[in-house]
Write a protein that binds this ligand. Sequence first.
Ligand code: PLP
Length: 461
Amino acid sequence: MTDLMEARSNTPTDADLTRWDRDHHLHPWASTDSWRKDDYMRINTADGIYLWDSTGKKFIDGPGGMWCVQIGYGRKDMADAIAKQVVEMPYASPWSSTSEPAAVLARRIAEMTPGDLNTVFFTTGGSTAVDTALRTVQFYNNRLGRPDKKLIIAREKGYHGSTYLASSVTGKERFNTKFDKSDLVRFLPDVNPYGRPEGVSLEDWCDQKVADLETLIAEEGAENIGCFIAEPILCSGGVIVPPPGYHQRTLEVCRANDILYISDEVVTGFGRLGHWFASQEVFGIEPDMITCAKGLTSGYLPLGACIVSDALMTAMEEPEGAEVFYNGFTYSGHPVSCAAALKNIEIMEDEDILGHVQRVAPHFQDRLRAIGERFDIVGDVRGMGLLGCIECRLDLPRKSLEADLKFGARLDAVCEEMGLMLRPFGNMAVFSPPLIISKEETDRMFDIMEAGLEKLSAEYD
Ligand code: PLP
C-alpha cells in the first residue's frame, strides 16, 4: 500500500505524520543539508494569540504566524463568513466575470490607500503582488515607448518574496543561493542605522543613504531605470527602521528622475504600525504602487494585492490598438479569499484594532528598549508599532562568533521551552505578535524573552 492509500484508510498516528512530513513535504527555505531529515513542530490548534503543538504544549505566537495573523486565531465569525461564501459561490473566473466580494474589497482597499491609488489587482500572496508591480512598471515603460527604462533599484536586506522577479529584488545575502536571478536589479547598500560609523548622526546617515540612491541613478542613467522598490520597514531583514525622512527624500529623488516608487507593504499593511497602510500615515509618502498581502486576510486564506495609481492606469490606457495586460492568476480576486478579507477588515474596524495597536505599541516598544539597556549581549533593539527585533552583539571577545550568529535560534529555543515562539534570523530574533495582544500578554511575552536572555547571558559568561 502506498503512503497515500494508507493515509486515506487509517487515522494517522503522530509518528506517521512526522514521517510523512519529513519524507514528502518540502518546506519554504529548507536547508539542503537537513531536508528529509528535519522534523518540524506540528501545530494542532490555535486560539487568540496562542498555539498548541501536537504534544499539547502552549505557546504565545511571537511571529503572528508569519507576520500575518492580525486578528488572532480561532475567530468563528471568520469561519462563518468563509463558509457562507463557499456555499454561495466558491469561484468565479476573474477573466470573464467578477464577484460581489471582489468588487466590494477592491473599492474598500482603494478607500484605505493614499492619494490616487485607486485600482487594485488581486494576487495570490505577497510575491505575486510584488511580481505584478514590477511587471506593471515594464508594461508602462514599454507602453510609453521607453523599452530601455527597465532596471529595478532594490535594497540590501530587503525581502520581497520568492517568485522569479520578487526573489531577484530580494537583497538578503543568505538568499544568494543556487537559484538564478534577473540581471535587471541593482542594489543599494544597507540603510540600517545600527552599525553606522561612529560619529555619524541619523541626519548624516539619511543624507548618505539618499546620496547612495542618487549616485546609483547617475551611474546607471535615469533613462535606464524603471522603478525603486522598498519596504517601509525592512522586516525580514531584521525590522530595520530607516532614518527619519528617508522615504520622503528617496521618493523625491525618484520623482525628479521619473522613476516609479513601489512601497512593499506586505508586512506593514493592515495595522502592524497602527494604520491600514504605513506609506502615508507613518512615512508621509504617496507611492505609485503599494503591494500588500498577509494581514489583508489575517492569514486565514491566501490573498495579495497590488494597488496602482490613477496616473499610471491612465498612462497605460490605449484607446486604439489595445494590448492585453497579460498578468493574471486563476485565483485573482478569489471570492472566498475576498470574503475573508472583508470580514477581517470588518472585525478590525468593529474592534478598533488600529486604535488598540496605537495604545499597546508604546508599552511594547518600551519593554523592547528596556531589553536593549539591560543585556550586555544585546547590541541593538529596534521596532515600531507591534514589530520588534533583538540583535546580538558580534563584538564581544569572550564569545564565539558562531554562537552569536545562531543567537536568534538559541533565543527562540530557550523561549520556546517557556512557552514563547520567536522568529530567528542569524544573530537576530524578530517578533510581530497578533495585533490583538493585550498589555498583560505583551508583558508576559517580554518577561519570557528577558528570562531567555538571562539564560543565554549566563552561557556567555
Ligand atoms: N514582501 C514582503 C515585504 C514580505 O515580507 C513577504 C513575505 O514575507 C513577501 C513580500 C512575500 O509574500 P508571500 O510569502 O505571501 O509571497
